[in-house]
Design a protein around this ligand. Structure first.
Ligand code: UDP
Ligand code: MG
Length: 316
């Protein structure tokens, strides 16, 4: 088989009704490029029969390469596996639920041909998502942008094209808690955004409930910022400063008016407040320590049950 120019990566977690629509749409778009391509379908521990459909597609079209996980490892890890297995000169990451229209890939490729090494798709509009999802997502992107040291583009998901130079660097970044859109911004090179309209899901439900979104947000923040750790220092200085100011004020008020800031309630509130702040600070440190622990264990990022040969197994 000829080496593909383009690798398309689609992570799949129980997308039974989406795959039969995704495959022909992608095929039609990719055939328009006139270049050889491959489609890497990463099955992230699906239990709804998606795995069988993926196998069947691969049997009928040898451009489809299935990477089947031993269990669910999560979206970011599934995409990472896709990156590891890709062989193309340009690699495109796309959701399997058709929220990212495959036709936009042609726009991404056009920019790549102009010489850009990362072309990310910016969500100009989001259709068919709840008010809650849109608002939290928007807040999230802005918070990340503010507190991280890397300029992670706003309103941008994982839908993007990366040149093989970027892919080579990404493959070396083996951190366990991954925020791929941050990592691909961190790499550098020439980057550009292309606007698109994010569509509603073709079928099925979101696989990103609130708890997974919070997890992703925590990974994004801890991977790219120390700000939460420094927060304890800031609050400490503010609290200490306040108490230094408060001592003479309370003393004077007490001498002149008599009955200010008396009683247990004041003490109780302050003790609870400071105790709370300290526990939160400990929790934040815990988040970072947990991540250090996961790194130290050095476990593999994912376990495949079935997969083709990795390019790194063949070339190096
Ligand atoms: N996904 C995955 N593993 C997971 C959760 C999601 O591979 O544990 C895939 C999912 O099948 C889809 C993509 O990641 O192709 C994006 O997920 P989803 O559409 O549920 O997220 P949303 O668009 O709602 O943020
Ligand atoms: Mg989706």
């Amino acid at each position: 088989m000829t080496k593909p120019t383009f690798s398309i990566i689609a992570p799949i977690y129980n997308e039974l009704d989406n795959i039969p629509e995704l495959y022909p749409r992608l095929r039609d778009v990719m055939d328009q490029t006139g270049e050889p391509w491959e489609l890497i379908l990463v099955d992230d521990g699906s239990s709804d029969g998606s795995t069988e459909i993926i196998r069947k597609l691969a049997d009928n079209d040898d451009r489809v390469r299935p990477v089947i996980f031993a269990r669910n490892f999560g979206h970011q890890i599934a995409v990472t596996a896709g990156i590891d297995y890709s062989r193309g000169d340009a690699v495109v990451i796309i959701d399997a639920d058709l929220q990212d229209p495959p036709e936009v890939i042609l726009d991404l490729i056009e920019k790549w041909r102009e010489g850009f090494e990362v072309v990310y798709a910016v969500r100009e509009e989001r259709e068919g998502e709840t008010w809650f999802k849109r608002t939290t997502a928007s807040l999230f992107y802005r918070l990340i942008f503010k507190i991280t040291d890397v300029n992670i583009p706003l309103d941008t998901g994982d839908f993007r094209l990366m040149d093989k130079k970027v892919v080579a660097v990404m493959r070396q970044m083996r951190e366990k808690h991954r925020f791929l859109r941050g990592m691909s911004a961190w790499v550098g090179f020439k980057q550009v955004g292309v606007k698109y309209k994010r569509k509603p899901r073709y079928a099925g439900e979101t696989k990103y409930p609130l708890n997974k979104m919070i997890k992703l947000a925590l990974n994004a923040i801890t991977s790219f910022s120390y700000f939460p750790l420094q927060l304890a220092t800031y609050i400490g200085f503010i609290a200490a400063g306040l108490s230094v100011l408060a001592i003479p004020i309370v003393a004077i008020l007490r001498l002149t008016t008599g009955t200010v800031l008396l009683g247990q309630a004041t003490t109780l509130i302050i003790v609870l407040f400071l105790g709370g702040v300290q526990l939160i600070a400990l929790g934040i440190i815990g988040e970072y320590i947990g991540r250090i622990y996961d790194e130290a264990k050095g476990r593999p990022l994912y376990i495949v049950a079935e997969a083709p040969e990795k390019p790194s197994d063949i070339e190096e």
